[in-house]
Design a binder for this molecule. Structure first.
Ligand code: ZN
Length: 191
């Protein structure tokens, strides 16, 4: 598994080629699953309970989400093309979500059952900001990087990239696109 894989509006998630495992109630790629378990256990020991809300999603599931949303907007009066354009602002097309490759997890506070827009204000988010990179996770869609990621700020969406890349990305305030553009050759030579 290439943990630095770029999955976005242009690049599709690979179909298969990885093993899924349960971690804290969600399915993730095996190494990402072990990292998530270690991260949430450490947070808990430090008095912060973090819930894993959503991990791997199949392409078919993403397809259903996409259809539901576009059909709702289409029946509300938008043309199909407009409905797809609007939906693409908040939802990845089937095969183009990081959740399709088993390396992304949405995190929340223990009582939440959906993603929280105000998650960045919580102790859980502060703890993750300090510690997630030590476990190989990065905040994948940071604020002020929307022009590079193409995705609105998502304080809940964490992506596994491995601890070395996560440290460089976090310490330098980068998003994954910047890291891949500027640092990956150097990174690959170093290891
Ligand atoms: Zn997500």
């Amino acid at each position: 598994m290439d943990y630095l894989i770029l999955v976005d509006a242009i690049n599709e998630a690979p179909e298969g080629g990885f093993t899924l495992e349960n971690a804290c109630g969600v399915m993730l790629e095996r190494q990402a699953a072990a990292a998530l378990r270690a991260m949430l256990e450490t947070a808990k020991r430090e008095g912060v309970i973090i819930k894993a809300l959503s991990g791997y999603r199949s392409r078919e599931y993403q397809q259903r989400l996409w259809q539901q949303e576009t059909e709702k907007l289409h029946s509300g009066g938008l043309s199909l093309a407009e409905a797809e354009r609007v939906t693409a602002r908040t939802l990845a097309r089937p095969g183009h979500s990081e959740h399709n490759c088993g390396l992304a997890v949405d995190l929340c506070t223990p009582k939440a059952d959906d993603t929280e827009d105000g998650f960045f204000l919580t102790p859980q988010s502060r703890w993750l900001g300090k510690s997630a990179h030590k476990f190989g996770f990065i905040l994948r869609y940071p604020r002020m990087k929307e022009h590079l990621t193409g995705i609105s700020y998502e304080p809940w969406h964490y992506r596994y990239v491995g601890a070395e890349a996560a440290a460089i990305i976090t310490e330098n305030g980068l998003c994954l696109e910047e890291f891949l553009h500027f640092y990956s050759d150097e990174f690959i030579q170093r290891i």
